[in-house]
Design a protein around this ligand. Sequence first.
Ligand SMILES: Cc1ncc(COP(=O)(O)O)c(C=O)c1O
Length: 385
Amino acid sequence: MTETFLPFSRPSINQEAIDEVVDCLKSGWIATGPRVAQFTEDLKKYLNAPHALTLMSATGGLHLALLALDLKPGDEVITTPLTFAATLNAIVLAGAKPVLVDIDPKTLNIDLNQVEKAITKKTRVIMPVHFAGLPVDLDALYTIANKYNLRVIEDAAHAIGTEYKNKKIGSFGDIQVFSFHPIKNMTTGEGGCVTTRDDVVAKKISLLRFHGIDRDSWNRYGKGGTQDYEVVLPGFKYNMTDIQAALGIHQLKALDHFNQRRNELADRYHEILSSWSQWTLPERPDFQHKHAWHLYTPLLNESVAKMNRDEFMIAMKENNIGTGLHFRAVHLYPYYRDTFGFKLGDFPHAENICERIVSLPLFPDMTTAEQDRVIDAMKKIFNVK
Ligand SMILES: Cc1ncc(COP(=O)(O)O)c(C=O)c1O
């Protein structure tokens, strides 16, 4: 085989970003400093959010957002079984109990028609995931949250640039958490950000992300700064570095362009594959929205394809093409089964979909010729003329 391996995702990093990282490395300040401050301002402006708190991951962001809400042991957080382990781990690490609600098989987001019946006296938070970059119906979600006086943490790891009814995710609502991991729509190597309109939550997260110290070391070591500080609570070490922010500043500038290209590629997959009976393609809800297309995730129709999803992924690899699996049903991992008693059959839609879902290659620098390679490999594997 002469063709190089086509990965399912690859970050696009331009020369300006590389130069900025090099400038940062040469500047004498590589931990949290002026570039984090600039990236934070840029994020606030882009997301139209009064508070943006950069962190070293979205996992850290979910953890601190939950801690900032002062959950008590046994408090319940409602979320979806179609997510990465980070979502549930953060709930457990914050001392709360994850309560899962099955997904809507069309949108693959949490089924809002089933959320109310999962609410108990102990429920404190609803934590939906904007799966693959498609927004949850937030008007409906916040109506439920307001009715029961619940907080909302939107796991927006897939959703930077996503819009719900002409408003960016992050520009309204309670708390949002974004990821800048390398496969995400923009990257800082590893990284994340929390947005909120709640001054108390923002202050608490800013303390918790850096030792509970009431000012960062940049202010202490910089010119005109003072060495003095107070520790007001036992915090973590979740702060973003200037090296990460140097990359982030330029990724954010390119984000709309990246997302535009993701949209074009997703539309083209849709157009080509809509006549293939081997696939059930991603569906879109009726409300106005802008999809970030973090992932393009068709569901394999095994009986037509005459193979299962895992066999399909292996066949693609044999054709030198990478695919992704987002995700296995999270409640079926041993820790959650053993600790919370989840079992097969609890969330039938998620379980069925997680057996059939595949993430096809999709990234901003992917060429039309590379997308044709994906299509041609699938034609060969399925014996489609
Ligand atoms: C839905 C979801 N939530 C949270 C995370 C965690 O993000 P991070 O890797 O930035 O900690 C991920 C990462 O893949 C994710 O897919």
